[in-house]
Design a protein around this ligand. Sequence first.
Ligand code: ADE
Length: 282
Amino acid sequence: MQRTIHLILLAVVFFSSHPTDAAEPTASPRTCILAAFDDELALLYRALAEPKEEVLHGIHFAAGKLKGRNVIVCRSGIGKVNAAMVTALLIQHYRPCEIIFTGIAGGINLELRPGDIVIASKTAQHDFGTLTAEGMEVRGIKSAVTWQRNPVFLEPDARLMALADAAAKRIKLADIETRDGKRHPRIIKGVVVTGDVFVASPTKKAELRKALGADAVEMEGAAVAQVCQDLRVPWLVVRSISDGADHNALQDVDSFTALAAQNSAHLVMDIVAQLAAENNRK
Ligand code: ADE
C-alpha cells in the first residue's frame, strides 16, 4: 500500500514538472521575439507598452504589448548554443504561439546591399556535417526528440511566412546611403544559413552560395528553427543585411548594424500588428 502511494506521488511530481508537450500555447496568445544582441531589439524595446521584466536563469525577458499583441522580447546572445538555450527556456516558460527571430546578416547573394531584408524561406546550419579533404558536406541533424534525421533545410511556418509577405508590401523603409550611392532597400525571400562563425571571407562566401544557395549568413537562425521544430512551435527568421561577408565585413557591420537592425525590426513589428488584428477578429 505504502509503495503504491509512493508511486502515485512520484507520478504526480513527474508529470507536473515535465510537461509532455512543451509547445501548448497559453490562453492569452503571445509572440516571442528574439535577437542576438540589444542593438537588434532597440526599436522593439522602445515600442513596448506596459513593459515588465522577468529574469530566468540570468536571462532577461521583457514582457509587454506590441501593436496590441502580448509579446516577450528577449536577447539570445550570439551563436547557436546561446540561441538554442534561450529558445528552449522561452518555450518551456512562456509557451508562445510563435517565435520570430530578427536581426542582421551578412549578404551572400551578390545583389543584396546593406539594409535589404531577407525573410528566410528556409534555413540550414552550414557548419554541421562532414569535413573531408574535398571540403564540407553539410548534413541534416538527427533530432534529439524523434531520433530521425532532419532535412538539411528547415522551413518556417507557412502562416507566418504569409504575414511576412503582407508586411513586405505594407512597410515603408527609408532610402539608405551605401558605397554605391542612395538606394531603396529590397525585401526578398531567401536562404539563410547559420553557423558559429562571423564570415568575412570571399572564399567562404562563394562556398556558401555554391553549396547551399545561400542568400544571407548569420549565427542563430537555424538553431532557433531546430529547437522550434522539435518542440513544435511555429517560427520565422527575418534578417537585414549589415555587410557583404567579405573583406569589408568587419567595417561594414559597424556602419550598418543600426540601420539593418531597424529595418528587420520594422518588418517584424508589422507581422506582430497583423497577429494582433487576427486575434481581435476572433
Ligand atoms: N551577422 C551579420 N553579418 C554576419 C556575417 N558576415 N557572418 C555571420 N553573421 C553575421
